[in-house]
Ligand binder design. Structure first.
Ligand code: FES
Ligand code: FES
Length: 159
């Protein structure tokens, strides 16, 4: 099957098995190994990527459903040499510890931030409810997100 999709702003044509999971296509066909597999059953959110701006579990989606869709993975944020400000914030606040949940957490958080989501901790927790973390107790993650939302608000006021 031939599927046209956009991954991290690059147009791609996938040719292969239609039921291959999106996470496997990203990791194996396009070497985007930032997306991690945790449970493989749609429970943990480690594999979260954005599809047309919405967070989805890439372990549950067959690539056949991606024709014409826009996919963003954690590689769309920053690079090891030039981290995205949200990644820097996770680093500063201790929002990443073992790091298994981190790529998915970053993508869900970025979806929330880029939609203009509020800095209220309860709402951030709700936005990240599909992403499980066994290390941080969530508070550091929430703090990382609050910092960025507040920074962005300050910046938009001074423009
Ligand atoms: S690996 Fe996809 S939700 Fe857990
Ligand atoms: S940092 Fe370890 S699971 Fe979240």
């Amino acid at each position: 099957m031939r599927i046209k999709l956009t991954i991290n702003k690059k147009k791609r044509v996938y040719e292969g098995a239609p039921f291959k999971r999106l996470i496997d296509v990203l990791r194996e066909n396009y070497e985007l190994t930032g997306t991690k597999e945790g449970c493989g059953e749609g429970e943990c959110g480690a594999c979260t990527v954005l599809v047309d701006g919405d967070p989805v579990n890439s372990c549950l989606i067959p690539v056949a459903q991606m024709n014409g869709r826009r996919i963003e993975t954690v590689e769309s944020l920053g690079t090891p040499k030039s981290l995205h400000r949200l990644q820097e914030s996770f680093l500063r606040e201790g929002g990443a510890q073992c790091g298994i949940c981190t790529p998915g957490m970053l993508m869900s958080a970025w979806a929330w931030i880029s939609r203009g989501g509020s800095a209220r901790p309860s709402e951030i927790r709700r936005a990240l409810a599909g992403n499980l973390c066994r290390c941080t107790g969530y508070q550091h993650i929430v703090n990382s997100v609050i910092k960025i939302i507040k920074e962005r608000k300050r910046e938009s006021r001074t423009k």
